[in-house]
Design a protein around this ligand. Structure first.
Ligand SMILES: [Zn+2]
Ligand SMILES: [Zn+2]
Length: 350
């Protein structure tokens, strides 16, 4: 292993020890495998999935049954590399694609490693995430970022990757029309990404007026309060519908707004079972799909931010240290909050 300077023996991390129980702990640095790099974490975005694990101890079949470090949206600087990694990488600023696939299974060989059944993903039990001073990742998933990207923007390339995957699945090309349900962080990043992909019409629905206004700032060409307009019968006739709300009603109505041969992409975490407008799907040959993480999106994400087409910095509405990770995880209760960032510092360590 090649390192920069002398690394400390231990690091500070915020550890989920039970439902709504976080403890700041001192622990050994993670071991660095031959094909991995060790990063000093710079900034970590708080994601809805982190909050879900914190509040409920599980997401579907993924159950937290031991101590777990949350956080999977992160940036950092490489401070050590394994023996298979060129030591010239030490010192690079990187954005972390927080997954480790097996490279051998059918899905990996087919080029869709996001569906690898052997995937080890940050902050998904039992794999630790990045609410910590240091973390490891396989070398090719530590993506170098230009100096023009802030630490926060580099961390938020992860949710941008979700939006890029969504636009690819939705088939958004120049001139497309898209309906997005939900103006939370993913809905807002999807609106920006749809614009960057050339969408001509970007309709965003949300129940909250302030959130609809924010969507306009981030690329929506029209916003709708779904209590005032019946989305299902309003004749929106869009190429694609993206659900970023998880609301069964939004999904049902949004699919009905899709034109023949269009696509609906379900991104929001909602109830595991929903009613769907089957006749509309059958008669209009609508493709309904989900997305699960991402494959090969960081290069596109870096380009969209570095070229100014997507603005991630202004999404940040709160900043917390490791001592206040719980407050960061609960910040989504505040309607003005959009994206919270955790810094791997503590009151003691500064
Ligand atoms: Zn995320
Ligand atoms: Zn695999």
């Amino acid at each position: 292993m090649t390192t920069t300077t002398n690394l400390p023996e231990t690091m500070t991390a915020s550890v989920l020890t039970g439902v709504k129980a976080l403890a700041v702990q001192e622990m050994p640095l993670p071991p660095v495998a031959d094909d991995e790099v060790l990063m000093r974490i710079a900034a970590i975005g708080v994601c809805g999935s982190d909050t879900h694990y914190y509040r409920h101890g599980r997401i579907g079949d993924f159950v937290v049954d031991g101590p777990l470090i949350l956080g999977h949206e992160c940036s950092g600087t490489i401070v050590a590399v394994g023996s298979d990694v060129p030591d010239t990488r030490v010192g690079e600023r990187v954005a972390i694609e927080p997954q480790r696939n097996c490279r051998r299974c059918r899905e990996c060989r087919a080029g869709r490693y996001n569906l690898c059944p052997n995937m080890e993903f940050y902050a998904t039990p039992p794999i630790d995430g990045a609410f910590a001073e240091y973390a490891v990742i396989r070398s090719e998933f530590a993506h170098p970022v230009p100096d023009s990207l802030s630490d926060e923007a580099a961390a938020l390339l992860e949710p941008l990757s979700v939006a890029i995957t969504t636009m690819r699945k939705a088939g958004i090309v120049p001139g497309s029309s898209i309906l997005i349900a939900g103006a939370g962080p993913i809905g807002i990043i999807c609106a920006q990404t749809a614009k960057a992909f050339g969408a001509a019409e970007i309709i965003v629905t949300d129940l909250v007026a302030e959130r609809r206004e924010r969507a306009v700032h981030y690329g929506a060409t029209r916003t709708i309060d779904p209590r005032e307009v019946d989305i299902a019968s309003a004749g929106l006739d869009v190429n694609a519908f993206v659900d970023a709300s998880g609301s069964p009603r939004a999904v049902f109505d949004g699919i009905k707004a899709v034109r023949p041969a269009g696509t609906a992409v379900l991104v929001g975490l909602g109830s595991p079972e929903m009613n769907l407008p089957i006749e509309h799907i059958q008669n209009l040959e609508i493709t309904v799909t989900g997305i699960f993480r991402y494959t090969d999106t960081w290069p596109a994400a870096i380009h969209l931010v570095a070229s100014g087409q997507v603005d991630l910095d202004s999404l940040v509405t709160g900043r917390f240290d490791l001592d206040h990770a719980a407050a960061a995880l609960e910040s989504d209760a505040d309607p003005d909050s959009l994206k919270s960032i955790v810094y791997p510092t503590t009151a003691q360590h500064g």
